[in-house]
Design a protein around this ligand. Structure first.
Ligand code: MG
Length: 151
């Protein structure tokens, strides 16, 4: 949680001076409370774990275990998380996926060890941080007229 909150703070601090780690932690918790986010996490982690046990049919097994850059479905699953808070989340995710700062890079590198797969997990972690940062951005700008559906 602390690593994720640190990423969120890194994303939003240029726009919100004084943003605290506690506010970022609260936003990560709010994102993780969404059912669709939990389902995306459970799906991605299950696929990573199955790949580590050689449990997927080919060509999925090779693509997931070796984090094939042309596979692309790890990013697609992450977008289910990112899109919850609109286009700010989308651009945040692109940045985290490209630069891989903090815990995103740690998880990505750990997944490249022999027999390990974090193909989905690194994108999902980045997506949670990106969505939590977008949530903070939206809340700081007040409610959208006639919306009122943000959690
Ligand atoms: Mg990936």
């Amino acid at each position: 949680m602390r690593d994720l909150a640190t990423l969120v703070r890194r994303l939003q601090l240029p726009y919100i001076p004084g943003l605290t780690l506690a506010e970022c932690t609260e936003s990560v918790e709010a994102v993780l409370a969404k059912r669709e986010v939990c389902n995306a996490l459970l799906t991605g982690i299950a696929l990573d774990e199955l790949a580590e046990r050689d449990g997927l049919p080919e060509p999925l097994q090779g693509a997931v275990l070796h984090d094939d850059p042309l596979f692309g479905i790890d990013e697609v699953l992450a977008l289910a998380v990112v899109n919850i808070y609109g286009s700010i989340g989308f651009t945040n995710f692109g940045y985290l996926d490209k630069v891989k700062p903090g815990v995103v890079g740690v998880v990505d590198r750990a997944g490249h060890a022999p027999g390990r797969s974090n193909t989905f997990l690194d994108d999902l972690i980045a997506a949670i941080a990106a969505a939590a940062a977008a949530r903070i951005a939206h809340r700081r700008h007040g409610p959208v007229p006639e919306a009122g559906r943000e959690g």
